[in-house]
Design a protein around this ligand. Structure first.
Ligand code: NAD
Length: 436
């Protein structure tokens, strides 16, 4: 099949590459000329495990192309994916200007029947808006389909190639047939493709992300309460998660959810409920709790140092909003570091992949280092913000030699508290007793 993917970011690039991997002819469009030039030069623009191989193979075998020329890209294709940004507007609603702007352009450009697919996360009713925007100028038939994306950064390739399910919202039998042919190779193991109406598909994505954000937030509150009552959230998590009705995944407390999706999607669903005069109380609390949780680690550090970090050197391990990505959008590390700097600390930071992106925010206000141990030299404390695997079994003796004080604030509960007693560290984590 011939496919155009408009927007070549985390979703567009992974989707385009994976569609090419199953034998399709894919042309990815982006209006960022630098990005397209880099991709055309054979260089990936994001860090995503497993993507490099697929990208190299499919470009070499001439199934995957990149361009800035929208009109040329959509000329001969059967399907057009919109993988454009939908950032939060000032009132929390999803900003649809990218999606609708491109939709209007497409109306002028298409010269034969197309299936136009909303891959971006968009509020209920957007498929109708996209159809209306295209229709303004279109002289040919088309169908607009909602096909929300559920991939997770860090495991995006696997998620895309072997999705738990594919959700397709369409009321057109013709479009349904096209989407079925396209996704068939991805669900050969028997996972479902759910066909539904457009509005339900749009809602499914927001409901899924908001539920996951709620689950994390619930565990963060349990963890905060565990600290107060002297319980250990790790034990509680295991005890809860072994119940089949609950399940073990997504029960890890931490420093709040971040990333480019959960914060904005929870906000957008809340805005949808406000617009529809529905008082979605749970979502309000989720946003409120998460806004507090993002500051939990820096508050612990400030408390330890009596609210004065002047002359203190804090090392930070982990900047990406989660491991295995270079994405720092809404990363808890941003809030943590900002608070530490404001209180007078000198901050040295290490991340395996996300430093370059973080430098754009902090510039020379933070000292970024190339190796995890370099951050620790003469540090008064270490703050762990992202649970990269490389932080899980460090050389504690060496760390103790490097650091001025053997003090760790762990926002991801990476280490066993008993072990930290043995190693002689002050160790303060989330929802567990502090090792003094
Ligand atoms: P992104 O910012 O990484 O990528 C968007 C791309 O669109 C950028 O490369 C940008 O240059 C390009 N673009 C902007 N305007 C354009 C235009 N007029 N023409 C062509 N290209 C244009 O965003 P993303 O993370 O890939 O997210 C895209 C959508 O997918 C969002 O709605 C997001 O909520 C949703 N989503 C994201 C994820 C994720 O993990 N990142 C997962 C599921 C769904």
């Amino acid at each position: 099949m011939k496919i155009a993917v408009i927007g070549t970011g985390y979703v567009g690039l992974v989707s385009g590459t994976c569609f090419a991997e199953t034998g399709n002819h894919v042309i990815c469009v982006d209006n960022d000329a630098q990005k397209v030039a880099k991709l055309n030069a054979g260089e990936l623009t994001i860090y995503e495990p497993g993507l490099e191989n697929l990208f190299q193979r499919n470009t070499k075998e001439q199934r995957l192309f990149f361009t800035t020329d929208l009109e040329e890209a959509v000329k001969d294709v059967e399907i057009i994916f919109l993988a454009l940004p939908t950032p939060p507007g000032e009132d929390g609603s999803a900003d649809l200007s990218y999606v609708l702007g491109v939709a209007e352009q497409l109306g002028q450009m298409i010269t034969s029947y197309k299936v136009i697919v909303d891959k971006s996360t968009v509020p209920v009713g957007t498929a109708e808006k996209v159809a209306a925007a295209i229709k303004k100028n279109a002289k040919v038939d088309f169908d607009v389909v909602s096909n929300p994306e559920f991939l997770r950064e860090g495991v995006a390739v696997d998620d895309f190639l072997k999705p738990d399910r594919v959700v397709v919202g369409t009321s057109s039998a013709r479009a349904q047939d096209v989407m079925h042919r396209l996704y068939e190779p991805f669900v050969r193991q028997g996972n479902p493709i759910y066909f539904m109406d457009e509005r339900s598909a749009e809602m499914t994505k927001y409901a899924a992300n908001s539920y996951l954000a709620t689950r994390i937030t619930f565990m963060n509150e349990i963890a905060n309460l565990c600290e107060t009552v002297g319980a250990n959230v790790d034990e509680v998590r295991k005890g809860m998660g072994s119940d089949n009705r609950i399940g073990r995944r997504f029960l890890f407390p931490g420093v709040g959810y971040g990333g480019s999706c959960f914060p904005k999607d929870v906000q957008a669903l809340h805005k949808t409920s406000v617009d529809n005069k529905y008082d979605f109380k749970v979502l309000k609390s989720v946003m409120e709790v998460n806004n507090k949780q993002k500051h939990v680690l820096s508050e612990k550090i400030l408390k330890y140092f009596n609210n004065d970090l002047n002359g203190k050197h804090i090392a930070v391990w982990g900047l990406a909003f989660k491991p295995n990505t270079d994405d720092i959008r809404e990363a808890p590390a941003i809030y943590t570091i900002e608070n530490l700097l404001r209180a007078g600390a000198k901050v040295t930071a290490y991340d395996p992949e996300a430093s370059e992106n973080m430098k754009k925010i902090f510039e020379d206000r933070v000292n970024f280092v190339e190796h995890r141990y370099d951050a620790l030299k003469e540090a008064d404390a270490l703050a762990i913000v992202t649970e990269w695997s490389i932080f899980r079994t460090p050389d504690f003796s060496f760390m103790g030699e490097l650091m001025k004080e053997k003090v760790i604030f762990d926002g991801r509960n990476l280490y066993d508290t008993e072990l930290m007693i043995d190693k002689g560290f002050y160790y303060n984590s989330i929802g567990r007793n502090t090792v003094e």
